[in-house]
Structures are given as structure tokens and as C-alpha cells.
Design a protein around this ligand. Sequence first.
Ligand code: 13P
Length: 251
Amino acid sequence: MKKLMAANWKMYKTRAEAKATAEELVSRIKGKLPEDREVVIAAPYTALATVGAVLEGNAGCSLSAENLYPAEQGAFTGEISPAMLKDVGCTYALAGHSERRSIIGETDELVGEKVAFGLANGLSMILCIGETIDERKAGEVQKVIDRQLEAGLKDVPADFVPETVVVAYEPVWAIGTGEVAGEDEIVEAHGFVRKKLENIFPEKASEIRILYGGSVKPGNCAQIIALDNVDGVLVGGASLEGESFSQIALA
Ligand code: 13P
């Protein structure tokens, strides 16, 4: 299984900034990315074509959207379909990032529709899950993970290819706070995710990648990806500079 080192640029970067960052990243990892590593950049819609052009032809590098809408086309003002994303070179899309759940108000059900529709339309999907600090304090980590996985994976087509489904565990309290989850907390949560995946997809669960996200930096990435059931990372802040994300990609 290839480790997946994913950047999430959120709502940062004009096209020129995105191009410069992607070029710096590519120049730093070119020829150095191990065979068992994959790099993905999730960029804002307006920068996708630009970043895609930089990544094109670079083995092991793929382009992702940060979101999609689960319909082929139609009267959905402001939304973007999987076909449009594939048209600009995306092979991945995120679904259910905690910022979309908490700020935009996406429900578990909508997130599940996005995952299923993206997969059915040829994208690999990164389903983001994770508890808030209040949920952790209330002892509800497993309950939240269980609910978000159940709904998020509900309509995944039975014949899905395991590499095309990725789960990113991002405890909300560790996102953008500098407070990385402890190793025990990561191992426990990822172990629980794996068990749940085994329940849902008994034959494919071991090949589904589980990423950790939340204050991943060049200095802590190597320890994190060495933990049990950690198959890569999803990185926000530290992915915004080509140099720091290249260190993470090669960690
Ligand atoms: P940070 O790496 O900035 O904590 O963000 C994590 C994240 O939200 C990635 O999707």
C-alpha cells in the first residue's frame, strides 16, 4: 500500500501563488519520491488547472479538489461536478472536511452522497472524519467516528477499488492549532477506524488508507506515519510552502 501524503490548501493561493508553490514542491521531490509514496495536492477550484499543469508527468503526484457536488450537472449555482473536476485533471476529491461540516453545515448524509457519487464517477475520494474537543471530552470519539464512517461510506458501490477510498482522521481540535494528537490517541482512533472498515468492507478494509490530519509538520511527520494504521497524512498549514511540504512528502 502506498503512503499518501496529501496537501489541503483550503482557501489560500491565487493561481500565481499556487503555481510557484507547486513548482517548488515538484523541484524538491523530483526523483526522490520513493515508489511507495503518493503525493496529492488539494487546491482551490480556481487554481486546479494551474497546479494540474505543474504536476502533470510527475510520477506519484496527483491533483485533488477540496469538495464536489453530487450531481452530473444542473441548476446548482456555485457547485462543481465530478466531470468538471476530472476535466481539469483531478483524480481525487475531499469530502466532509470538518470546516465544511462546521462552517458550511454539511451533514453526514450529504457527505455520504458526495463520496458515493465521486466514486461512481471515477474519482478517488478522501472522506474526512473527526471529533470536536467537546465530543472528545464527553467520551464520544468512537461514537462520532462510527457515525461519520457509517454515513460517509453508506452508498459506496460494492465493486469499489480499495485504493480509491481513503479515510482521513482529523480531530477537529488538532486542526490549525499546533496541537497534534498524541501518539496513543492517533493509534487508538486509527485502530477503531480500521475495525469499523473491517465491519463494513470485510474483504477490502486492509487496503483502505487511513490518513492522519491535524498540525502535521516536517518535524513530526516521520513519527506519525510510522504508527500503526497510519497510511499517510493530510496537511493544511505546513503544506502551503513547497519546502515544508516537500519535507513532509519525503519524511
Ligand atoms: P493543519 O495541518 O493546518 O492543522 O490542517 C489540517 C487540515 O485541516 C487538513 O485537511
